[in-house]
Design a protein around this ligand. Structure first.
Ligand SMILES: Cc1cc2nc3c(=O)[nH]c(=O)nc-3n(C[C@H](O)[C@H](O)[C@H](O)COP(=O)(O)O)c2cc1C
Length: 368
């Protein structure tokens, strides 16, 4: 019994064309090109967050991808937040996706709405789409749109967290016939092994990579992650209008974590919710950028998940990845020697999933 490595028919690894089942998840505003590149170079896959690329880090979108490609020739991914309500945003997102495809990106992580148009564009070029989900209901909808895999965002995740535990989400999705990955709460090697043993084919990490040397977030932000414990993570709807996991720093304590009554009314009202959400989304993009760049000098709205509990140092991506890869190797050696059986994964129906289409083959991932 072993956890995923490239040669034990892990479909996710084959689809993404990577060596280790670890995604550095898209993070607004923390996904700078150097962080994305470093994760891919270390054998996982880094995901570009397009608004972080062009707004927070001020790169022309294509030039930003070229910068990443100058740092690694390994596969990279693009995050597509599917949002139909603002047509200018959707048009821009489609343009970014076309540019990404032209630049050879073949792995896409979608979030929120219906990923159909992303699947259509990606599959036409031999690409792969994984969708972030928080329940079986959303998983089934994404599968109707033709996604190739699911990323189960649990209640421990940083950013917009889910409501279910990693275990509950696995039991809600393992039988859906596509690889499922775990997002949320993974701060160290043991966290990762635990969810791989449960049967997940891979992991998507966010918070751990903010406390990486290559991440350009302010040192106040990184230090807050290193010193925070799980109980410091609170959900607030005050910044973006929807619940978001942040560190409860002194200024968050003063500010409170609940949107005021008028904001709540506007966010719920049938006629007002559209523009209220748009207003909050734009405001939060601006606020999160300032916090990540200016640290305590501004307001400390530091998005992070419960994995902070086990993140105790700021390391290079390479060292972080070496730790995770080493843990997988060690576990597999123990498994191979027969001294420890990882029975949950052995019984997992996901082990029966096989690569069934040339479209999904490794060589198609990044061929530009
Ligand atoms: C600061 C921050 C920003 C994030 N921004 C995005 C985003 O723009 N798009 C997205 O799909 N997920 C976003 N996420 C979620 C991550 O991609 C990932 O799923 C999550 O961080 C995993 O949980 P963890 O932080 O416990 O590792 C964000 C997470 C964090 C911490």
């Amino acid at each position: 019994m072993s956890v995923p490595t490239p040669n034990n028919s892990n479909l996710f690894l084959q689809q993404a064309g990577i060596e280790s089942p670890i995604i550095c998840g898209a993070m607004y505003p923390c996904s700078n090109p150097e962080l994305v590149a470093a994760t891919s170079e270390a054998g996982g896959i880094g995901i570009i967050q397009p608004i972080a690329m062009v707004y927070a880090h001020q790169h022309d979108f294509r030039e930003g991808i070229k910068l990443i490609k100058s740092l690694t020739d390994k596969p990279i991914g693009l995050n597509v937040i599917v949002e139909k309500s603002v047509s200018a945003y959707e048009e821009r997102m489609k343009l970014w996706m076309d540019i990404a495809l032209e630049e050879g990106v073949r792995f896409f992580v979608t979030a929120l709405g219906n990923p159909q148009w992303v699947v259509d564009k990606a599959h036409a070029k031999g690409g792969i789409v994984y969708h972030n989900i928080t329940s079986r209901k959303w998983a089934k909808r994404a599968l109707q749109a033709g996604v190739d895999g699911l990323i189960c965002v649990n209640e421990a995740a940083g950013g917009h967290a889910g409501t279910l535990s990693a275990k509950q989400l696995y039991s809600e999705t393992y039988d859906l016939g596509v690889p499922v990955l775990c997002a949320g709460g993974i701060g160290d090697e043991n966290d990762m092994l635990e969810v791989l043993e449960l049967g997940y084919q891979g992991v998507q990490l966010g918070t751990r990579f903010i406390a990486a040397k290559e991440c350009q977030a302010h040192m106040d932000y990184k230090n807050s992650i290193v010193t925070a414990t799980e109980k410091d993570i609170v959900l607030t709807d005050k910044i973006s209008g929807v619940p978001c996991a942040i560190i409860e720093t002194e200024s968050v304590k003063k500010m409170g974590t609940h949107a005021g009554p008028i904001a709540r009314m506007l966010l719920k009202g049938r006629k007002t919710k559209h523009w209220a959400r748009t207003y909050y989304a734009i405001l939060s993009i601006w606020k999160f950028k300032r916090s990540a760049k200016e640290g305590m000098g501004y307001k400390d709205y530091f998005q992070a998940g419960k994995s902070v509990e086990r993140i105790t140092s700021i390391e290079s991506v390479r060292d972080i990845m070496e730790g995770f890869k080493g843990a997988i190797r060690t576990r597999n050696n123990i498994g191979n020697s027969g001294s420890k059986k990882l029975t949950s994964e052995m019984n997992s129906p996901l082990n029966k999933v096989t690569l069934n289409s040339s479209m999904h083959s490794q060589g198609a991932i990044q061929d530009a």
